[in-house]
Design a protein around this ligand. Structure first.
Ligand SMILES: *Cc1c(COP(=O)(O)O)cnc(C)c1O
Length: 368
């Protein structure tokens, strides 16, 4: 018997969420973002879950090549582009689109003899201040790229800093769109602006945000980019993490639990030890009170999360036993709720799912 912790990936929910993304942005084609091993879900699995996407986007060169090897024939996009000139012919050979976000990448393309053309996504920095050309230098970068014989289609691309908050006091989506329009103006080519936050706000923003391509990530995995709960947007969880109770302790008032003796019982109580720790990807900083579900009953974490185990309050659970089923997040307990309790975001929990956790595939609403 393996250790009882396992994650279930719901391919049906991935498919469903992709359809939701399309209904939010019906005029756009969809890049399903699958970076970081498809937000912890597995690249090959994502290829099946998002089989109807128009393309897959990621940042890992070897992942892009792996998708081709696994038989993905539709477009692939590298969101950070290539990291070295020697990769360019490889991308062209495998028909992998590349972002171009700095002048060094433009120079590398100029000096590379290409036997097959490459499609690029020219990235504009509209206020995030990570990657991209400033609006006032964008047209010049476009012109230089356009002059390279090996460069075929040029798509105009930017990324939102605050797509989860329409009226962010420092930088709104509307302001980023305004800068984008100023910089890209009437340049020919398709446009790609929206991440999940942008897609979910598409109905509010209407034409101002009509993209040829959108790039949703987290929403496809049933997570929210911030603010409201994913379920409010009609999204379904795609990753459920479960384990079991492997130990039970009866405490008296004054007894403490775990490393640092951080939790002190104020009366008699039953504590369950769950086979799930930070080496499985559960956040070590999750405090006392973080929700967890045992045998269908909602209860909370007590004491510190350790490497292989965590402890939970079994007092509200009717007949707790060794082998009681524990739901850590997913179908029945939103991952964002657990993340927020631990001071982080669902993205980080998904991506951190550890390699030692067994992964199965199963539909939502079943026990895996
Ligand atoms: C990660 C990423 C996305 C997806 O972002 P979500 O918030 O997960 O939807 C879109 N575009 C780019 C350039 C990205 O790096």
């Amino acid at each position: 018997m393996p250790r009882p912790i396992f994650a279930t990936i719901h391919l049906d929910s991935m498919q469903y969420n992709l359809a939701q993304a399309r209904s939010y942005a019906p005029m756009s084609r969809v890049w399903a973002v699958v970076k970081a091993n498809a937000y912890g879900h597995g690249l090959e699995r994502a290829m099946r879950g998002f089989a109807t996407a128009d393309g897959l986007a990621l940042v890992e060169t070897e992942g892009a090549l792996q998708l081709r090897t696994s038989g993905w024939i539709k477009p692939i996009l590298l969101l950070e582009g290539f990291f070295d000139a020697s990769d360019i012919p490889l991308l062209a050979e495998h028909n992998i689109n590349s972002a171009v976000h700095n002048i060094e990448q433009v120079k590398m393309l100029e000096y590379t003899q290409l036997y097959r053309p490459i499609d690029v996504h020219l990235k504009m920095n509209t206020g995030m201040n990570r990657l991209g050309f400033r609006p006032d230098e964008y047209a010049a970068a476009y012109k230089r790229l356009r002059a390279i014989p090996g460069v075929r289609n040029i798509t105009h691309m930017t990324h939102f800093a605050n797509a989860d908050e329409l009226e962010h006091p420092r930088l709104t989506i509307a302001e980023q769109v305004r800068r984008f329009r100023f910089g890209a103006g009437e340049l020919p080519g398709e446009r790609s602006l929206s991440n999940s936050g942008g897609v979910l706000h598409q109905p509010d923003l209407g034409d101002a945000l009509s993209n040829d391509w959108v790039r949703p990530g987290i929403m496809l995995y049933g997570g929210t980019p911030g603010g409201r709960a994913a379920a409010d947007y009609g999204l379904r969880p795609t990753m459920t993490l479960r384990s079991e109770v492997i130990g039970i302790q009866e405490l008296q008032a004054g007894d403490t639990v775990g490393y640092g003796s951080r939790f002190v019982a104020d009366g008699p109580m039953t504590v369950g030890v769950v086979a799930c720790g930070y080496a499985d990807g559960y956040p070590r900083h999750a405090p006392h009170g973080t929700p967890v579900i045992v045998d269908g009953v909602r209860t909370t974490l007590v004491g510190r999360v350790s490497m292989d185990m965590m402890t939970v309050d079994l007092t509200p659970v009717r007949n707790p036993r060794i082998g009681s089923k524990v739901l850590l997040w997913g179908d029945g307990l939103p991952i964002d709720e657990v993340a927020s309790s631990a001071g982080t975001i669902g993205y980080e929990l998904m991506c951190a799912l550890a390699g030692r956790v067994r992964v199965t595939e199963g539909r939502m609403g079943t026990d895996g």
